[in-house]
Design a protein around this ligand. Sequence first.
Ligand SMILES: Nc1ncnc2c1ncn2[C@@H]1O[C@H](COP(=O)(O)OP(=O)(O)OP(=O)(O)O)[C@@H](O)[C@H]1O
Length: 223
Amino acid sequence: MLELRIAGRDFGQPVLGEVFVNITRGDRICLLGPSGIGKTTLLNVIAGLDTSIPDGAVVGRDKLRIGYLFQEHRLLPWRTLCANLMLVGVSEREAETCLAQVGLPGYGQYLPDQLSLGMARRAALARCLAVRPDLLLLDEPFASLDPMMADELRTLIAGILDANPSMAMICVTHDGVDAEMLANRLWYLDGKPARLKWNDELGGPGVVTDLLGKLRKCELADS
Ligand SMILES: Nc1ncnc2c1ncn2[C@@H]1O[C@H](COP(=O)(O)OP(=O)(O)OP(=O)(O)O)[C@@H](O)[C@H]1O
């Protein structure tokens, strides 16, 4: 579905080293690693937002619809939720359907500022769904949410993935629980410059915590 081969990415100083990955339909990848290591940078490269990376480094992307949930909701504050969603090319009715899918039925005429953080994040997720994505990119979707809201959103995303088995997902997170609940594959980014220290399937319940513990110990040992 998508093949990424980059030699690296630096911002004056190297951030990412060589990264070679394949993403196939149905992959549910959680991307973990220390803070500031380059997880968002990698997501931006995959999304095609990093114009310094040659187009040929990411094969297959031009055939994919990509939905990207940024850390901030990035909804235009002067447009209603429906009007925000309609910017990606859907009708008002389809926008309302997407909002209902994320638990915001009847909120189409609200402005982003009238929403709580959790609601705004779900509205941004609805915008991702409006593009009918083949690949869903989620950058710390549960950050700053209280545990109950985070749990609700996790369950919502798991439901969306179950209903769309061919959709692939990459979710940046700091929490092994997210990988346990959402992922069938783990990427662990570490080092300077950062490379994928782990890129494999998850073995089953309970494995993530153990694996992350080992990977984080290596991270401490390396530093
Ligand atoms: N546009 C930019 N210009 C300069 N430096 C940047 C830019 N974008 C990212 N960086 C640097 O690249 C490094 C990696 O940043 P990135 O946001 O990808 O890390 P991260 O792993 O997502 O961090 P966190 O877990 O804290 O969100 C950081 O040192 C950051 O300052």
